[in-house]
Design a protein around this ligand. Structure first.
Ligand SMILES: [Zn+2]
Ligand SMILES: [Zn+2]
Length: 212
């Protein structure tokens, strides 16, 4: 069974999630934007073996710590979709623009595509490509746990910004309605910022997507 623990990191309080298989204690970290010492302390405290880095998209608050963590621990970098290559190449400028520590450059070990799966221990998660906030944004869906790690696609009561270069509002709405809603109203999602919610609750009450 898949377990997870979310650690808000960086000045943007980005929800970095540790996910692990409880039979093997093998773990992946989703979106290690920064505060790597806190992430590593949580890994140690829970007795986990960190084996992979998974990225939803390449904004600095989500991807800023990736290069350093991958180099120090020898981890593969899985994702995002190749549509975010220009955001990865632009990490140094993102660091300057948002006042982040310099981000170490990296190249993903594996780009993800819609319909791919990722595996940690005995747990498998489905990958859906959800562009709109960024062109290469992906989400990670665990059917067994009824959880979805959605990055900045959807939030409790809000949706991702689309005013950055490469963002597109209609594309984002299509990703939410066409790729998140089919996962089911009972599915709980872990957004990139703020509290968890369920898809059903957002369909009922989120003013940006209500009734869709
Ligand atoms: Zn973002
Ligand atoms: Zn974010």
């Amino acid at each position: 069974m898949l377990h997870y623990h979310t650690i808000p990191v960086t000045a943007f309080q980005q929800n970095c999630s540790l996910v692990w298989c409880d039979e093997t204690l093998k773990a992946a970290v989703i979106d290690p934007g920064g505060d790597l010492d806190r992430i590593r302390a949580e890994v140690a405290r829970r007795g986990l073996t960190l084996e992979q880095i998974w990225l939803t998209h390449a904004h600095i608050d989500h991807a800023g710590g990736t290069g350093t963590l991958a180099r120090e621990l020898g981890l593969p970098i899985i994702g995002p979709h190749e549509g975010d290559r220009y955001w990865i190449d632009g990490l140094p400028q993102q660091s300057l623009m948002f006042g982040f520590p310099p981000a170490e450059m990296f190249t993903p070990t594996r780009w993800l595509h819609d319909g791919d799966t990722v595996q940690i221990g005995h747990s498998t998660l489905d990958v859906r490509h959800c562009p709109g906030h960024t062109p290469g944004h992906v989400v990670f869906h665990s059917r067994e746990a009824q959880r979805c790690f959605v990055g900045d696609v959807l939030f409790a009561g809000s949706i991702g910004r689309t005013d950055f270069p490469g963002g597109d509002h209609d594309t984002l709405i299509a990703s939410i309605t066409g790729r998140l809603w089919p996962m089911g109203d009972d599915t709980v999602f872990i957004p990139g910022h703020g509290p968890e919610s369920s898809f059903g609750r957002e369909r009922r009450s989120n003013p940006h997507v209500r009734g869709t």
